[in-house]
Design a protein around this ligand. Structure first.
Ligand code: ATP
Length: 458
């Protein structure tokens, strides 16, 4: 965001902010999840997620029908037509979309009894107990609160930030003035966010303490929907630059728009437990800046010299969880492979640019001067990439360890190295080996592992 775009700058805002910040943003009053409990299993669920999972099941069924038909009809298959006319597919698609639309309108009206009735009507069962013995649906605020002050009676309520975005909004003018930024421009940051998630499950998909990477892009009112489309495209291109198959990503446009948005979409990823949100892209209008103006009594406006007037900019936001991003890459990359000789290996095929260790440096033996040569290689490479020395166990076991932690290259120093001043470089994914002169190692590895080379491909 900040390196490739001249008009986007980074900040690091506070985690604790003035409590009125969260009143202004709407989080105190409206940052709620609708929860429902199963009385038999005593498990608690997000009512909206139960309904969304139900719909997803029917969407998958429809997709399966389409795939079956594709196989049956071969080349002449017209997918569009089939989706529009096949009664079974239409039935599944209806079941996949109709409840989502009803859920959206019930939540809009805050009709929680209606949400419960919908769950009962769809006969959604608790995955644990299998029963439909549900409690009423209740709203639950997701902010973590704490106290500021020495004594209980004078203490003020504080909140840990549930998103990084508000830190950007309250700093909008600081950044615009000191950076002399002109509309359109963006402010980006990465940082911790905290949410009192009741159902923190699915490994690191949903946590109570997580890392967000957000960017707020300030634009002229009236141009926001054009920018929304541009950022949708840019963000999808960014995801796809990582080389994960395109079929793992899809857009999911929001039916129910949050109170601040006039357009919103999620980039969803096919996690091992199905398609789920990875990143949100929202057109937030001028809701946030205006709310902060009202609550702080300070103007948060931009003076547009071309138009010769001040206005509150509109905002396009891109918001992604670093942990979820990691989970997406990790779950896609971790593979168990059976090799030609029948042996097995666990290999983490993460893109080299993201691999924590770029190369393992392995002397074949712990003697005969080989470790010393390994050290010289490390001393040469360590300035531009993270390399790791490993001399323990047979070379095959060391290769397996490097495969499992995603190290894209292994550099082996053997007895010939002393004569030919060259090493064997093994590729993690193809397992092919190449003899490379020590003097050429840096120029051989750098284009394959460097962030700069990957950035050029976006
Ligand atoms: P969900 O619908 O999954 O609860 P959300 O719509 O509340 O997510 P946003 O408020 O749009 O999420 O937050 C932006 C991004 O932050 C999400 O796309 C996700 O990647 C990440 N994120 C949100 N909540 C969590 C969490 N509890 N744990 C990890 N990452 C999260």
């Amino acid at each position: 965001m900040t390196q490739l775009h001249q008009e986007i700058v980074g900040i690091d805002a506070a985690i604790f902010m003035h409590p009125t910040t969260w009143k202004a943003s709407g989080h105190v009053d409206a940052f709620n999840d609708p929860l429902i409990d199963n009385k038999d299993s005593k498990k608690r669920y997000r009512a909206d997620v139960l309904i969304e999972d139900y719909c997803e099941k029917y969407l998958q069924k429809a997709n399966k029908e389409v795939e079956k038909a594709r196989k049956r009809f071969g080349e002449s298959f017209d997918e569009d037509m089939y989706r529009k006319t096949n009664p079974r597919v239409l039935g599944y698609l209806e079941k996949a979309t109709e409840p989502t639309a009803r859920l959206a309108s019930l939540l809009e009206k805050e009709d929680l009894a209606g949400v419960k009735a919908l769950i009962e009507e769809l006969e959604i069962k608790c995955p644990v107990s299998g029963s439909m013995n549900w409690t009423d649906v209740r709203q639950f605020n997701l902010m973590f609160g704490t106290k500021l002050g020495a004594s209980a009676d004078t203490a003020t309520d504080l909140y840990l930030r549930p998103e990084t975005a508000q830190g950007i909004f309250v700093n909008f003018l600081n950044v615009q003035k000191t950076g002399r930024m002109k509309i359109p421009f963006g402010i980006a940051q990465t940082g911790k966010a905290f949410r009192n998630e009741i159902v923190a499950r699915q490994f690191i998909f949903r946590q109570r303490e997580f890392e967000q990477m957000e960017m707020q892009y300030f634009v002229k009112p009236g141009t926001e929907l054009e920018w929304f489309e541009i950022w949708k495209e840019r963000r999808m291109a960014w995801h796809q630059s990582l080389g994960i198959d395109q079929s793992n990503y899809r857009f999911h446009d929001h039916e129910k728009l949050a109170h601040y948005a006039n357009a919103a979409t999620d980039i969803e990823f096919d996690f091992p437990f199905g398609f789920k949100e990875l990143e949100g892209i929202h057109s937030r209008t001028d809701f946030d800046l205006k709310a902060h103006e009202e609550h702080s009594g300070k103007k948060l406006q931009f003076f547009d010299h071309e138009e010769n007037k001040s206005y509150v900019p509109y905002v396009i936001e891109t918001s992604i969880g670093l942990d979820r991003m990691f989970l997406a890459v990790f779950s896609n990359a971790l593979q168990d492979e059976v090799l030609e000789d029948g042996s097995e290996r666990t290999v983490l095929k993460i893109p080299a640019v993201l691999a924590p260790v770029k190369a393992a440096v392995l002397p074949l033996l712990k003697k005969d001067g080989l470790p010393e040569i390994a050290q010289e290689i490390i001393d040469d490479l360590k300035w531009t990439m993270n390399v790791q020395y490993d001399e323990k166990d047979a070379i095959g076991r060391r290769y397996r360890r490097a495969d499992a932690n995603g190290t894209p290259f292994c550099i082996t120093i053997d007895h010939d190295t002393k004569e030919d001043k060259a090493v064997t470089v093994r590729n993690r994914d193809t397992m092919t080996q190449e003899r490379v002169a020590i003097a050429d190692l840096k120029s051989y590895l750098e284009p394959k592992v460097a962030m700069s080379e990957w950035l050029k491909k976006i």
